[in-house]
Design a binder for this molecule. Structure first.
Ligand SMILES: Cc1cc2nc3c(=O)[nH]c(=O)nc-3n(C[C@H](O)[C@H](O)[C@H](O)COP(=O)(O)O)c2cc1C
Length: 273
């Protein structure tokens, strides 16, 4: 019986592309809409690699912003380009709220009120577990390192619980960014859609970098989903995934000097041939 699909490598008549330019040629058939492929050749290809790598590498979580506004058109462009992120069966599970001006102030005041009042704070719990219930290595050590590195820059000592809490509270005003994004998802969607969501979020952050903007993804908002749902009048069917600060980094803020580490490739990439 003829197989439903045969791997193209098995077809001797069809040679594999030998380089990136040839590979791009294979995929360069015109398509309608934004996704149209252009072949990458010569200098053009090198420049694209440099630009894309730079946008990815220069992304860092930025925790202090200038008040410089971001034009709504630019935010719309970033979200539009990020919506080219893939999603299983193209279901596009992202429902995004863009908050500026009065809408941003209203939400941040409600959140800070809830966070700063110990009695209220106890009433709020995240709807989904972002972190494991029990920490194991190497994750525990990595998590501690980034925490102490940030507190170290800010001069917050290990016993200084009040200042730690003060720093955590900064999440709820989006670290003073002029744009606050709240990402929500239909609650009946499954883990696969959360995977899709992550790709969309990274695309938002990379598209922001390409425009000279910075971001900080923020799961901290998930704890206060009830406050957010009330303020944004979210339908019952939708839940908060996370938030994100968007704006221009304050170059003078000490916390923005934080550069996090990554494990070397050979610790986690397993090449088999
Ligand atoms: C989904 C997600 C949620 C996060 N939530 C928070 C948050 O609530 N507050 C915060 O300060 N940083 C948050 N971060 C930022 C991480 O701490 C940061 O990505 C990590 O330390 C690596 O640093 P980098 O982003 O500068 O490369 C979050 C990151 C991700 C991906």
């Amino acid at each position: 019986m003829k197989p439903l699909y045969q791997h193209p490598h098995k077809d001797a008549a069809q040679p594999l592309p030998q380089n990136a330019a040839e590979a791009a040629d294979l995929h360069s058939q015109p398509a309608s809409g934004e996704g149209t492929h252009r072949p990458m050749t010569g200098d053009d290809a090198e420049q694209r690699v440099a630009h894309v790598d730079e946008a990815i590498r220069s992304r860092r979580s930025i925790r202090a912003y200038l008040p410089t506004p971001v034009p709504q058109r630019m935010v719309a462009d970033i979200l539009t380009v990020a919506s080219r992120a893939p999603s299983g069966s193209n279901i596009q599970p992202w429902q995004t709220y863009v908050l500026t001006g009065q809408a941003l102030t209203a939400l941040t005041s409600r959140l800070l009120e809830a966070f700063n009042d110990p009695a209220q704070r106890l009433m709020h719990q995240e709807e989904y577990a972002y972190y494991p219930r029990e920490w194991t290595e190497p994750y525990q050590a990595r998590r501690r390192k980034v925490g102490w590195d940030l507190y170290g820059l800010l001069g917050i000592g290990r016993a200084d619980k009040d200042r730690m809490q003060g720093q955590h509270a900064r999440n709820f005003c989006f670290f003073d960014a002029p744009v606050g994004l709240i990402f929500t998802i239909d609650r009946h969607l499954e883990q696969g859609s959360w995977l899709d969501y992550g790709m969309f979020l990274q695309s938002v952050m990379v598209a922001a970098r390409a425009r000279g903007l910075d971001t900080c993804p923020q799961a901290a908002f998930a704890t206060f989903h009830q406050v957010i749902a009330a303020e944004l009048r979210l339908p019952e069917t939708r839940m908060v995934v996370c938030g994100m600060a968007l704006g221009y980094a304050d170059p003078k803020a000490i916390e923005n000097q934080l550069v996090t580490e990554r494990a070397p490739l050979d610790e986690w990439a397993h090449f088999r041939s």
